[in-house]
Design a protein around this ligand. Structure first.
Ligand code: ADP
Ligand code: ADP
Ligand code: MG
Length: 456
Protein backbone atom coordinates (compact mmCIF):
# COMPACT_ATOMS: atom_id res chain seq x y z
CA UNK A 1 0.00 0.00 0.00
CA UNK A 2 1.13 3.57 -0.69
CA UNK A 3 1.81 6.10 2.05
CA UNK A 4 3.46 9.04 0.24
CA UNK A 5 2.98 10.37 -3.29
CA UNK A 6 4.69 13.05 -5.32
CA UNK A 7 2.64 15.30 -7.60
CA UNK A 8 4.54 16.10 -10.80
CA UNK A 9 2.49 19.10 -11.88
CA UNK A 10 1.42 22.62 -10.96
CA UNK A 11 -1.67 24.81 -10.85
CA UNK A 12 -5.20 23.66 -10.19
CA UNK A 13 -4.58 20.00 -11.04
CA UNK A 14 -1.64 19.72 -8.62
CA UNK A 15 -3.89 21.11 -5.90
CA UNK A 16 -6.68 18.73 -6.93
CA UNK A 17 -4.34 15.72 -6.53
CA UNK A 18 -2.94 16.97 -3.20
CA UNK A 19 -6.50 17.21 -1.88
CA UNK A 20 -7.44 13.70 -3.01
CA UNK A 21 -4.24 12.22 -1.56
CA UNK A 22 -4.81 13.91 1.80
CA UNK A 23 -8.32 12.55 1.99
CA UNK A 24 -6.87 9.08 1.40
CA UNK A 25 -4.52 9.64 4.34
CA UNK A 26 -1.43 9.84 2.11
CA UNK A 27 1.52 12.17 2.66
CA UNK A 28 2.13 14.51 -0.28
CA UNK A 29 5.21 15.94 -1.95
CA UNK A 30 4.87 18.94 -4.27
CA UNK A 31 7.47 19.86 -6.86
CA UNK A 32 7.71 23.42 -8.12
CA UNK A 33 9.64 25.74 -10.37
CA UNK A 34 11.22 28.93 -9.05
CA UNK A 35 8.21 30.84 -10.45
CA UNK A 36 5.77 28.75 -8.34
CA UNK A 37 7.35 28.89 -4.89
CA UNK A 38 4.30 30.74 -3.50
CA UNK A 39 1.77 28.43 -5.16
CA UNK A 40 -1.08 26.80 -3.28
CA UNK A 41 -0.07 23.28 -4.34
CA UNK A 42 3.24 23.90 -2.58
CA UNK A 43 1.60 25.38 0.48
CA UNK A 44 -0.91 22.56 0.92
CA UNK A 45 1.50 19.67 0.30
CA UNK A 46 3.32 18.19 3.31
CA UNK A 47 6.72 18.62 1.66
CA UNK A 48 8.01 20.36 -1.43
CA UNK A 49 11.07 20.29 -3.65
CA UNK A 50 12.20 22.97 -6.10
CA UNK A 51 12.99 21.22 -9.39
CA UNK A 52 14.32 24.05 -11.51
CA UNK A 53 13.91 27.47 -13.12
CA UNK A 54 10.56 28.83 -14.37
CA UNK A 55 10.71 27.47 -17.93
CA UNK A 56 8.79 24.18 -18.12
CA UNK A 57 11.56 22.39 -20.04
CA UNK A 58 13.85 22.67 -17.03
CA UNK A 59 11.27 22.08 -14.32
CA UNK A 60 7.87 20.41 -14.93
CA UNK A 61 9.24 18.54 -17.95
CA UNK A 62 12.47 17.61 -16.17
CA UNK A 63 11.81 13.94 -15.43
CA UNK A 64 15.20 13.34 -13.86
CA UNK A 65 14.76 16.14 -11.33
CA UNK A 66 11.27 14.89 -10.50
CA UNK A 67 12.41 11.31 -9.93
CA UNK A 68 15.33 12.59 -7.83
CA UNK A 69 12.81 14.56 -5.72
CA UNK A 70 10.77 11.39 -5.18
CA UNK A 71 13.87 9.48 -4.07
CA UNK A 72 14.99 12.28 -1.79
CA UNK A 73 11.63 12.51 -0.02
CA UNK A 74 10.84 8.79 0.04
CA UNK A 75 7.70 9.11 -2.09
CA UNK A 76 6.59 5.72 -3.48
CA UNK A 77 4.43 6.95 -6.33
CA UNK A 78 4.14 9.80 -8.83
CA UNK A 79 0.89 11.39 -10.03
CA UNK A 80 1.57 13.29 -13.27
CA UNK A 81 -1.69 15.33 -13.52
CA UNK A 82 -2.47 16.34 -17.14
CA UNK A 83 -0.19 17.90 -19.74
CA UNK A 84 3.57 17.95 -19.04
CA UNK A 85 4.80 14.37 -18.50
CA UNK A 86 1.38 12.77 -18.03
CA UNK A 87 1.43 10.95 -21.36
CA UNK A 88 5.17 10.53 -21.70
CA UNK A 89 5.88 6.78 -21.91
CA UNK A 90 9.59 7.25 -21.27
CA UNK A 91 8.90 9.13 -18.03
CA UNK A 92 6.43 6.46 -16.88
CA UNK A 93 9.10 3.81 -17.58
CA UNK A 94 11.77 5.80 -15.77
CA UNK A 95 9.49 6.03 -12.74
CA UNK A 96 8.88 2.28 -12.77
CA UNK A 97 12.59 1.54 -13.22
CA UNK A 98 13.30 3.80 -10.24
CA UNK A 99 10.94 1.64 -8.16
CA UNK A 100 8.11 4.20 -8.21
CA UNK A 101 4.45 3.55 -8.97
CA UNK A 102 3.30 5.69 -11.93
CA UNK A 103 -0.28 6.73 -11.14
CA UNK A 104 -1.65 6.35 -14.63
CA UNK A 105 -1.77 3.96 -17.57
CA UNK A 106 1.04 1.54 -18.43
CA UNK A 107 3.90 2.87 -20.60
CA UNK A 108 2.59 0.67 -23.46
CA UNK A 109 -0.82 2.34 -23.16
CA UNK A 110 0.79 5.76 -23.30
CA UNK A 111 2.78 4.81 -26.40
CA UNK A 112 -0.30 3.56 -28.19
CA UNK A 113 -2.61 6.38 -27.20
CA UNK A 114 0.12 8.85 -28.13
CA UNK A 115 0.05 7.59 -31.71
CA UNK A 116 -3.42 8.23 -33.06
CA UNK A 117 -2.85 6.25 -36.25
CA UNK A 118 -1.74 3.15 -34.33
CA UNK A 119 -4.59 3.50 -31.86
CA UNK A 120 -7.13 3.62 -34.69
CA UNK A 121 -5.69 0.55 -36.39
CA UNK A 122 -6.05 -1.47 -33.17
CA UNK A 123 -9.46 -0.18 -32.21
CA UNK A 124 -11.22 -0.46 -35.56
CA UNK A 125 -10.94 -4.29 -35.78
CA UNK A 126 -12.57 -4.46 -32.33
CA UNK A 127 -15.76 -3.21 -33.95
CA UNK A 128 -15.55 0.46 -32.97
CA UNK A 129 -16.38 2.87 -35.80
CA UNK A 130 -13.58 5.37 -36.52
CA UNK A 131 -13.46 8.45 -38.75
CA UNK A 132 -12.18 7.33 -42.18
CA UNK A 133 -8.55 8.32 -42.56
CA UNK A 134 -5.38 7.44 -44.40
CA UNK A 135 -4.33 3.94 -43.26
CA UNK A 136 -0.93 5.16 -42.05
CA UNK A 137 1.26 8.24 -42.02
CA UNK A 138 1.05 10.35 -45.17
CA UNK A 139 4.49 11.40 -46.39
CA UNK A 140 3.78 13.59 -49.40
CA UNK A 141 1.19 16.11 -50.62
CA UNK A 142 0.44 13.71 -53.47
CA UNK A 143 -0.52 10.93 -51.02
CA UNK A 144 -2.71 13.35 -49.08
CA UNK A 145 -4.51 14.42 -52.24
CA UNK A 146 -5.01 10.82 -53.31
CA UNK A 147 -6.82 10.07 -50.01
CA UNK A 148 -8.98 13.18 -50.34
CA UNK A 149 -9.91 12.30 -53.95
CA UNK A 150 -11.15 8.95 -52.73
CA UNK A 151 -13.10 10.26 -49.70
CA UNK A 152 -14.05 13.77 -50.74
CA UNK A 153 -13.43 17.17 -49.18
CA UNK A 154 -13.26 18.68 -46.61
CA UNK A 155 -10.41 16.75 -45.00
CA UNK A 156 -8.30 17.39 -41.95
CA UNK A 157 -4.54 17.13 -41.58
CA UNK A 158 -3.73 15.79 -38.12
CA UNK A 159 -0.54 14.90 -36.28
CA UNK A 160 -0.20 11.27 -35.14
CA UNK A 161 1.35 12.58 -31.91
CA UNK A 162 -0.98 15.60 -31.63
CA UNK A 163 -2.71 16.91 -28.54
CA UNK A 164 -4.25 20.08 -27.14
CA UNK A 165 -5.75 20.85 -30.57
CA UNK A 166 -2.37 21.76 -32.00
CA UNK A 167 -1.38 20.90 -35.54
CA UNK A 168 -4.96 20.31 -36.77
CA UNK A 169 -5.78 21.91 -40.14
CA UNK A 170 -9.06 21.88 -42.05
CA UNK A 171 -8.64 21.71 -45.82
CA UNK A 172 -11.76 22.47 -47.88
CA UNK A 173 -10.13 21.74 -51.25
CA UNK A 174 -7.07 20.41 -53.04
CA UNK A 175 -5.22 23.74 -53.16
CA UNK A 176 -5.47 24.27 -49.42
CA UNK A 177 -4.48 20.64 -48.77
CA UNK A 178 -1.30 21.03 -50.87
CA UNK A 179 -0.47 24.34 -49.20
CA UNK A 180 -1.20 23.30 -45.61
CA UNK A 181 0.52 19.95 -45.98
CA UNK A 182 3.74 21.67 -47.00
CA UNK A 183 3.96 23.59 -43.69
CA UNK A 184 2.21 21.21 -41.29
CA UNK A 185 5.10 18.74 -40.95
CA UNK A 186 7.61 21.27 -39.66
CA UNK A 187 5.13 22.77 -37.19
CA UNK A 188 4.15 19.39 -35.83
CA UNK A 189 7.79 18.27 -35.54
CA UNK A 190 8.57 21.38 -33.47
CA UNK A 191 5.52 20.86 -31.21
CA UNK A 192 5.64 17.08 -30.69
CA UNK A 193 9.09 15.95 -31.83
CA UNK A 194 7.42 13.69 -34.40
CA UNK A 195 6.40 14.86 -37.87
CA UNK A 196 4.07 11.97 -38.78
CA UNK A 197 0.89 13.40 -40.32
CA UNK A 198 -2.30 11.71 -41.43
CA UNK A 199 -5.37 12.82 -43.31
CA UNK A 200 -8.87 12.28 -41.98
CA UNK A 201 -12.31 12.95 -43.38
CA UNK A 202 -13.53 16.18 -41.79
CA UNK A 203 -17.02 15.87 -40.33
CA UNK A 204 -19.20 18.95 -40.70
CA UNK A 205 -20.19 20.50 -37.37
CA UNK A 206 -20.08 17.30 -35.31
CA UNK A 207 -20.44 17.13 -31.55
CA UNK A 208 -17.51 16.09 -29.38
CA UNK A 209 -18.70 13.39 -26.98
CA UNK A 210 -16.25 11.48 -24.79
CA UNK A 211 -16.56 8.64 -22.30
CA UNK A 212 -14.72 8.36 -19.00
CA UNK A 213 -13.09 4.96 -18.58
CA UNK A 214 -11.63 3.15 -15.58
CA UNK A 215 -9.71 -0.12 -15.87
CA UNK A 216 -8.13 -2.24 -13.15
CA UNK A 217 -5.34 -4.80 -13.37
CA UNK A 218 -7.80 -7.74 -13.22
CA UNK A 219 -9.52 -7.29 -16.57
CA UNK A 220 -12.38 -5.10 -15.39
CA UNK A 221 -13.09 -2.12 -17.65
CA UNK A 222 -16.00 0.23 -16.96
CA UNK A 223 -17.25 3.56 -18.27
CA UNK A 224 -18.73 6.34 -16.16
CA UNK A 225 -20.88 7.96 -18.79
CA UNK A 226 -20.20 10.77 -21.20
CA UNK A 227 -19.12 14.37 -21.29
CA UNK A 228 -20.18 16.73 -24.04
CA UNK A 229 -17.30 19.05 -24.98
CA UNK A 230 -18.54 20.67 -28.17
CA UNK A 231 -17.97 24.27 -27.14
CA UNK A 232 -14.39 24.64 -28.34
CA UNK A 233 -12.15 27.33 -29.74
CA UNK A 234 -9.37 26.23 -32.04
CA UNK A 235 -10.06 22.56 -31.18
CA UNK A 236 -9.64 23.25 -27.45
CA UNK A 237 -12.50 22.77 -25.05
CA UNK A 238 -14.04 25.75 -23.25
CA UNK A 239 -17.29 24.40 -21.75
CA UNK A 240 -17.96 20.77 -20.85
CA UNK A 241 -21.03 19.10 -19.43
CA UNK A 242 -22.32 15.78 -18.19
CA UNK A 243 -24.53 14.24 -19.35
CA UNK A 244 -24.80 15.27 -23.04
CA UNK A 245 -28.08 16.80 -24.21
CA UNK A 246 -27.62 14.82 -27.46
CA UNK A 247 -27.70 11.28 -26.04
CA UNK A 248 -30.66 9.10 -25.21
CA UNK A 249 -30.24 5.92 -23.16
CA UNK A 250 -29.86 3.80 -26.31
CA UNK A 251 -27.08 5.87 -27.85
CA UNK A 252 -25.41 6.22 -24.44
CA UNK A 253 -25.36 2.44 -24.05
CA UNK A 254 -24.00 1.93 -27.59
CA UNK A 255 -21.28 4.56 -27.23
CA UNK A 256 -20.38 3.43 -23.72
CA UNK A 257 -20.01 -0.13 -24.96
CA UNK A 258 -17.82 1.06 -27.85
CA UNK A 259 -15.66 3.04 -25.40
CA UNK A 260 -15.14 -0.04 -23.24
CA UNK A 261 -14.32 -2.10 -26.35
CA UNK A 262 -11.76 0.51 -27.41
CA UNK A 263 -10.11 0.43 -23.98
CA UNK A 264 -10.04 -3.38 -24.01
CA UNK A 265 -8.55 -3.44 -27.51
CA UNK A 266 -5.48 -1.60 -26.22
CA UNK A 267 -5.36 -3.50 -22.90
CA UNK A 268 -5.92 -0.25 -21.04
CA UNK A 269 -5.16 0.35 -17.38
CA UNK A 270 -6.23 3.12 -14.94
CA UNK A 271 -8.27 6.21 -15.90
CA UNK A 272 -8.65 7.38 -19.47
CA UNK A 273 -11.03 8.98 -21.91
CA UNK A 274 -12.30 7.66 -25.21
CA UNK A 275 -13.18 10.56 -27.51
CA UNK A 276 -15.82 10.34 -30.24
CA UNK A 277 -17.37 12.67 -32.76
CA UNK A 278 -21.13 12.42 -33.25
CA UNK A 279 -22.39 13.54 -36.66
CA UNK A 280 -25.68 15.21 -37.42
CA UNK A 281 -27.23 11.87 -38.41
CA UNK A 282 -26.46 10.34 -35.03
CA UNK A 283 -23.47 8.24 -36.17
CA UNK A 284 -20.50 8.21 -33.82
CA UNK A 285 -16.83 7.76 -34.63
CA UNK A 286 -13.81 7.15 -32.39
CA UNK A 287 -11.08 9.82 -32.71
CA UNK A 288 -8.59 9.18 -29.89
CA UNK A 289 -7.86 7.93 -26.39
CA UNK A 290 -6.55 10.41 -23.85
CA UNK A 291 -4.40 8.46 -21.42
CA UNK A 292 -4.64 10.76 -18.41
CA UNK A 293 -7.00 12.48 -16.03
CA UNK A 294 -8.64 15.23 -18.05
CA UNK A 295 -9.18 18.88 -17.37
CA UNK A 296 -12.95 18.34 -17.50
CA UNK A 297 -13.09 15.32 -15.15
CA UNK A 298 -15.06 17.19 -12.44
CA UNK A 299 -18.36 17.16 -14.37
CA UNK A 300 -18.28 13.35 -14.32
CA UNK A 301 -17.44 13.38 -10.61
CA UNK A 302 -20.34 15.68 -9.83
CA UNK A 303 -22.98 13.57 -11.58
CA UNK A 304 -21.60 10.13 -10.60
CA UNK A 305 -20.26 10.87 -7.12
CA UNK A 306 -17.03 9.02 -7.99
CA UNK A 307 -13.76 10.78 -7.13
CA UNK A 308 -11.72 9.97 -10.24
CA UNK A 309 -8.37 11.02 -8.80
CA UNK A 310 -8.85 8.78 -5.78
CA UNK A 311 -9.82 5.98 -8.15
CA UNK A 312 -6.62 6.57 -10.15
CA UNK A 313 -4.56 6.22 -6.97
CA UNK A 314 -6.50 3.21 -5.73
CA UNK A 315 -6.19 1.39 -9.08
CA UNK A 316 -2.47 2.21 -9.39
CA UNK A 317 -1.99 0.65 -5.94
CA UNK A 318 -3.57 -2.60 -7.19
CA UNK A 319 -7.20 -1.91 -6.30
CA UNK A 320 -10.09 -3.68 -8.00
CA UNK A 321 -13.18 -2.31 -9.74
CA UNK A 322 -16.19 -3.93 -8.15
CA UNK A 323 -18.87 -1.72 -9.70
CA UNK A 324 -20.07 -0.78 -13.16
CA UNK A 325 -21.98 2.01 -14.89
CA UNK A 326 -25.28 0.34 -14.04
CA UNK A 327 -24.44 0.52 -10.31
CA UNK A 328 -23.95 4.29 -10.42
CA UNK A 329 -26.88 6.53 -9.68
CA UNK A 330 -26.41 9.46 -12.04
CA UNK A 331 -27.75 12.66 -10.60
CA UNK A 332 -28.70 15.84 -12.39
CA UNK A 333 -26.51 17.95 -14.62
CA UNK A 334 -23.05 19.48 -14.29
CA UNK A 335 -21.51 22.17 -16.51
CA UNK A 336 -17.90 23.35 -16.30
CA UNK A 337 -16.29 26.37 -17.85
CA UNK A 338 -12.55 26.78 -18.15
CA UNK A 339 -11.75 30.28 -16.97
CA UNK A 340 -8.60 31.45 -18.68
CA UNK A 341 -6.49 34.53 -18.01
CA UNK A 342 -7.10 35.73 -21.55
CA UNK A 343 -8.78 38.72 -23.12
CA UNK A 344 -11.66 37.52 -25.33
CA UNK A 345 -12.00 41.03 -26.77
CA UNK A 346 -8.37 41.01 -27.85
CA UNK A 347 -8.01 37.73 -29.72
CA UNK A 348 -7.67 35.76 -26.46
CA UNK A 349 -4.25 37.23 -25.73
CA UNK A 350 -2.87 35.84 -22.44
CA UNK A 351 -3.31 38.27 -19.55
CA UNK A 352 -0.97 37.40 -16.69
CA UNK A 353 -0.56 39.73 -13.70
CA UNK A 354 -1.24 40.01 -9.98
CA UNK A 355 -4.69 39.22 -8.57
CA UNK A 356 -5.46 42.32 -6.53
CA UNK A 357 -9.06 41.59 -5.69
CA UNK A 358 -10.26 38.01 -5.41
CA UNK A 359 -13.85 37.04 -4.61
CA UNK A 360 -14.63 33.46 -5.54
CA UNK A 361 -18.24 32.36 -6.07
CA UNK A 362 -19.88 29.97 -3.64
CA UNK A 363 -23.24 28.59 -2.63
CA UNK A 364 -25.30 25.54 -3.44
CA UNK A 365 -24.36 23.76 -6.66
CA UNK A 366 -20.97 25.42 -7.10
CA UNK A 367 -17.55 23.75 -7.26
CA UNK A 368 -14.46 25.83 -7.97
CA UNK A 369 -11.17 24.13 -8.79
CA UNK A 370 -8.48 26.79 -8.78
CA UNK A 371 -5.05 27.68 -7.45
CA UNK A 372 -5.88 31.39 -7.29
CA UNK A 373 -5.81 33.53 -4.15
CA UNK A 374 -5.73 37.22 -3.35
CA UNK A 375 -2.25 38.54 -4.14
CA UNK A 376 -1.33 35.58 -6.39
CA UNK A 377 0.83 36.51 -9.33
CA UNK A 378 -0.13 34.59 -12.47
CA UNK A 379 3.20 33.60 -14.01
CA UNK A 380 3.85 34.27 -17.70
CA UNK A 381 5.48 30.89 -18.22
CA UNK A 382 2.52 28.52 -18.15
CA UNK A 383 -0.84 28.04 -19.80
CA UNK A 384 -3.61 30.46 -19.04
CA UNK A 385 -6.10 28.14 -17.29
CA UNK A 386 -6.69 29.76 -13.90
CA UNK A 387 -9.94 28.26 -12.66
CA UNK A 388 -12.57 25.69 -13.49
CA UNK A 389 -16.04 26.66 -12.37
CA UNK A 390 -18.48 23.76 -12.18
CA UNK A 391 -22.20 24.28 -11.61
CA UNK A 392 -24.63 21.57 -10.62
CA UNK A 393 -28.41 21.29 -10.52
CA UNK A 394 -31.01 18.59 -10.99
CA UNK A 395 -31.69 19.83 -14.55
CA UNK A 396 -29.59 21.32 -17.35
CA UNK A 397 -31.53 24.59 -17.34
CA UNK A 398 -31.05 24.79 -13.58
CA UNK A 399 -27.29 24.22 -13.93
CA UNK A 400 -27.13 27.07 -16.47
CA UNK A 401 -28.78 29.41 -13.96
CA UNK A 402 -26.37 28.37 -11.19
CA UNK A 403 -23.38 28.81 -13.52
CA UNK A 404 -24.54 32.24 -14.63
CA UNK A 405 -24.96 33.63 -11.13
CA UNK A 406 -21.64 32.05 -10.03
CA UNK A 407 -19.82 33.66 -12.97
CA UNK A 408 -21.43 36.99 -12.04
CA UNK A 409 -20.14 36.64 -8.46
CA UNK A 410 -16.59 35.83 -9.53
CA UNK A 411 -14.20 38.79 -9.20
CA UNK A 412 -10.52 38.47 -10.19
CA UNK A 413 -9.36 42.04 -10.67
CA UNK A 414 -7.62 43.34 -12.73
CA UNK A 415 -7.08 40.14 -14.73
CA UNK A 416 -8.86 39.89 -18.09
CA UNK A 417 -10.72 36.60 -18.26
CA UNK A 418 -13.03 34.55 -20.45
CA UNK A 419 -15.93 35.08 -17.98
CA UNK A 420 -17.70 37.70 -20.17
CA UNK A 421 -17.67 35.28 -23.12
CA UNK A 422 -19.25 32.54 -20.98
CA UNK A 423 -21.99 34.91 -19.81
CA UNK A 424 -22.87 35.63 -23.44
CA UNK A 425 -22.94 31.93 -24.29
CA UNK A 426 -25.20 31.08 -21.33
CA UNK A 427 -27.68 33.70 -22.58
CA UNK A 428 -27.80 32.22 -26.07
CA UNK A 429 -31.04 30.31 -26.78
CA UNK A 430 -29.13 27.80 -28.96
CA UNK A 431 -26.85 26.91 -26.04
CA UNK A 432 -29.83 26.78 -23.70
CA UNK A 433 -31.49 24.30 -26.08
CA UNK A 434 -28.37 22.16 -26.15
CA UNK A 435 -28.05 23.00 -29.82
CA UNK A 436 -24.23 23.01 -30.01
CA UNK A 437 -21.47 21.57 -32.20
CA UNK A 438 -17.71 22.01 -32.49
CA UNK A 439 -18.14 25.08 -34.72
CA UNK A 440 -20.62 26.70 -32.33
CA UNK A 441 -18.19 29.27 -30.89
CA UNK A 442 -17.72 30.93 -34.30
CA UNK A 443 -20.81 33.07 -33.81
CA UNK A 444 -19.12 34.68 -30.79
CA UNK A 445 -15.59 34.92 -32.19
CA UNK A 446 -16.03 35.16 -35.97
CA UNK A 447 -12.57 36.67 -36.44
CA UNK A 448 -11.04 33.29 -35.62
CA UNK A 449 -11.53 32.03 -39.16
CA UNK A 450 -9.40 34.87 -40.54
CA UNK A 451 -6.76 34.25 -37.91
CA UNK A 452 -6.40 30.64 -39.01
CA UNK A 453 -5.76 31.86 -42.53
CA UNK A 454 -3.14 34.30 -41.30
CA UNK A 455 -1.30 31.56 -39.50
CA UNK A 456 -1.37 29.15 -42.39
P1 ADP B 1 -8.46 17.70 -22.22
O1 ADP B 1 -8.23 16.75 -23.37
O2 ADP B 1 -8.44 17.08 -20.87
O3 ADP B 1 -9.61 18.60 -22.47
P2 ADP B 1 -6.53 19.47 -23.21
O4 ADP B 1 -6.55 18.81 -24.53
O5 ADP B 1 -6.93 20.87 -23.09
O6 ADP B 1 -7.27 18.61 -22.12
O7 ADP B 1 -5.07 19.27 -22.63
C1 ADP B 1 -4.81 19.38 -21.25
C2 ADP B 1 -3.46 19.95 -21.08
O8 ADP B 1 -2.51 19.05 -21.59
C3 ADP B 1 -3.27 21.25 -21.83
O9 ADP B 1 -2.42 22.07 -21.07
C4 ADP B 1 -2.62 20.80 -23.13
O10 ADP B 1 -1.82 21.83 -23.66
C5 ADP B 1 -1.81 19.64 -22.65
N1 ADP B 1 -1.66 18.60 -23.66
C6 ADP B 1 -2.61 17.80 -24.16
N2 ADP B 1 -2.10 16.89 -25.00
C7 ADP B 1 -0.77 17.13 -25.07
C8 ADP B 1 0.32 16.55 -25.77
N3 ADP B 1 0.17 15.52 -26.58
N4 ADP B 1 1.54 17.06 -25.59
C9 ADP B 1 1.71 18.10 -24.78
N5 ADP B 1 0.73 18.69 -24.07
C10 ADP B 1 -0.49 18.23 -24.22
P1 ADP C 1 -6.34 16.55 -29.89
O1 ADP C 1 -5.46 15.38 -29.64
O2 ADP C 1 -5.59 17.76 -30.26
O3 ADP C 1 -7.33 16.73 -28.78
P2 ADP C 1 -8.49 15.38 -31.46
O4 ADP C 1 -8.27 14.35 -32.51
O5 ADP C 1 -9.05 14.92 -30.16
O6 ADP C 1 -7.15 16.18 -31.22
O7 ADP C 1 -9.45 16.50 -32.05
C1 ADP C 1 -9.66 17.71 -31.37
C2 ADP C 1 -10.90 18.40 -31.93
O8 ADP C 1 -10.75 18.63 -33.34
C3 ADP C 1 -12.18 17.59 -31.81
O9 ADP C 1 -12.80 17.74 -30.57
C4 ADP C 1 -13.01 18.19 -32.94
O10 ADP C 1 -13.54 19.44 -32.58
C5 ADP C 1 -11.98 18.42 -34.02
N1 ADP C 1 -11.85 17.26 -34.91
C6 ADP C 1 -10.93 16.26 -34.82
N2 ADP C 1 -11.06 15.37 -35.82
C7 ADP C 1 -12.10 15.80 -36.57
C8 ADP C 1 -12.73 15.34 -37.78
N3 ADP C 1 -12.32 14.23 -38.40
N4 ADP C 1 -13.76 16.05 -38.29
C9 ADP C 1 -14.19 17.18 -37.67
N5 ADP C 1 -13.63 17.68 -36.55
C10 ADP C 1 -12.60 17.01 -35.99
MG1 MG D 1 -8.68 15.19 -28.20
Amino acid sequence: MLSKILIANRGEIALRVVRAAKELGLATVAVYSEADKDSLHVRHADESVCIGPPGSAKSYLNGEAIIAAARQTGAQAVHPGYGYLAENARFARDCINAGLVFIGPRPENLELAGNKIKAKTLIEPAGVPTVPSSPGPVRSPGEAVAFAKQRGYPVMIKAAAGGGGRGIRICPDENSLMEEFAVAGAEVKAAFGDDALYVEKCLVNPRHIEFQILADGFGNVIHLGERECSVQRRFQKLIEEAPSPALDPGLRAAMGQAAVKAARAVDYFNAGTVEFLLDQEGNFYFIEINARIQVEHPVTEVVTGVDLVKEQIRLAAGGRLDYGFEDLRLRGWAIECRINAENPDFNFAPCPGTVEEYRPPGGFGVRLDTHLYQGYELPIYYDSLMAKLIAYDTTRSGAILVLRRALQEFIVEPIKTTIPLYLKILDDPAFQNGDIHTGYIKKFVPEDEDDDDDEA
